[in-house]
Design a protein around this ligand. Sequence first.
Ligand SMILES: [Zn+2]
Length: 404
Amino acid sequence: MARCDDLAMHSDEPGRLTRRYGTPALRAAQDAVAAWMEAAGMGVRRDAVGNLLGRYHGSDPAAGTLLLGSHLDSVRDAGRYDGPLGVLVGLAAVEHLHARGERLPFAIELVAFADEEGLRFGTAYLGSGVFTGALDAASLALADDAGVTLADAIRAFGGEPDALAAARRDGADLLAYLEVHIEQGPTLEARNLPVGVVTAIAGRSGLQVTFAGEAGHAGTVAMPLRRDALCAAAEFVLAAEETARSLPGLVATVGQIAAEPGAGNVIPGLVRLSLDVRHADDAARDDALRRLRARTDEIAAHRRVVATWELVNDNPAIACEPALAATLARAVEQTGHHTHRLPSGAGHDGVMLTHLCPVAMLFVRCAGGVSHNPAESVTAEDVAVAIETVDRCLLLLATAPSSP
Ligand SMILES: [Zn+2]
């Protein structure tokens, strides 16, 4: 908890926590974590994009490597636990081994990803994308608000933009990736549980929906003659809400809406809006999109407007590996707590890591489900349960090395 407080002091902005990729604040946070890693008996290095890696070697070189980790960057005006908590819980587990002079058969590699949130360049999973070889080289030309390209930012951070493809971590020796993260939702709090085992990271569809009607004079066009695009969009927003409420586990959000021409005395002729739909089960998400598409066509026909529906991005759900999740659940039981399984509505580095190895996640209860906000809060007692769970999970994996 004290280390989370320490890392929160390293910010790009005075008075609030904002830690973007490649900044002096991120470097300072990494330097602090690197020193703790070294003190815990780990060999420390940085890869070509600046991910920080600490390695605690195992007793059997043939037993492979278990990855623990999370990210050290943040959103703007962030809380202090989203990301750093997962790195520091992993660190604590290694410290416990080191203090006992104990080696597990497998090595542990603790990864502090340099950019997960994508605040500076709009590139979610930049750190884990390089680590897994999934980053598109075209992203290097992206520029931040100040016009600095990603390639230059990588160079300034001590990395090598030309070596990113070669920096991909070979997955051959990897047993699994295990990440601890705050829940960012209210489920564990509602069930009065300190931790939960993640079943899947929800799939997500992002769409742009457009309604084209006819602009006209707000004073002269009689109501029955209107083809008001914004009224159609209003029906659509409520239909999206209704669809989501009728399907358990589904969430749907219209977060952006723009009406044209956008004058108080003109009937809106054109409306563009965003739609974000998520579910842990891809078939359920597809079904919801089909239903909502049919509703959209009904609304358009009824209001004599033209609806168009464009899929902007479509990411499948990522299942956590069942055997590994079961081992994690057993570790939770050993701490004396009931195991609750829950999906993650938010994306995490584990999405990228599934390209390399099995993935499991442990969620820690956070107050009010609040995240991406300075009010983000966890208790020392819950964090202690998370650390003990990871400790016990490592021992379970060591006694059954084939289980991941
Ligand atoms: Zn996070």
